[in-house]
Write a new protein. Structure first.
Length: 130
């Protein structure tokens, strides 16, 4: 994959999983700005070429990481919602799960390392269209 669009079907590819896991670890440790493709390669014990084969550039990798996080959240939430009886229960569960994910996930790390990036994510809808 060399274009900027990440195909969610690739989430099943073991190499893509390794790359995304390594990238997410780097973001947790260093933030987005200080995460480099070289650092992702080092953390994941991968070659830079392997990373570039699946993600054409750093922005594509970052998008892939956030899209995977979003897909995992939505899958977990949908599974839980199917078991809840009322709309109020479903809305409450979604809000609580979303707040927990933000409080404990990658956004919590980013809030420490790059608060301005987190603010951009919330305030600028174009952030997700890069």
């Amino acid at each position: 994959m060399h274009d900027a669009q990440f195909n969610t079907a690739d989430y099943a590819d073991p190499m893509v999983i390794r790359i995304l896991d390594a990238g997410e670890q780097c973001i947790h440790r260093f933030g987005i700005r200080r995460t480099s493709m070289g650092e992702v390669a080092r953390v994941g014990k991968l070659s830079r070429g392997s990373i570039y084969r699946h993600f054409g550039d750093k922005d594509s990798l970052i998008q892939g990481i956030f899209r995977r996080r979003q897909a995992l959240f939505l899958n977990r939430t949908e599974a839980a919602l199917e078991k809840l009886p009322t709309l109020v229960d479903k809305v409450t569960h979604t809000v609580v799960a979303g707040r927990k994910d933000i409080k404990e996930g990658i956004f919590a790390s980013l809030a420490q390392t790059e608060p301005e990036t987190v603010a951009s994510m919330y305030l600028d809808p174009a952030f997700y269209n890069r």
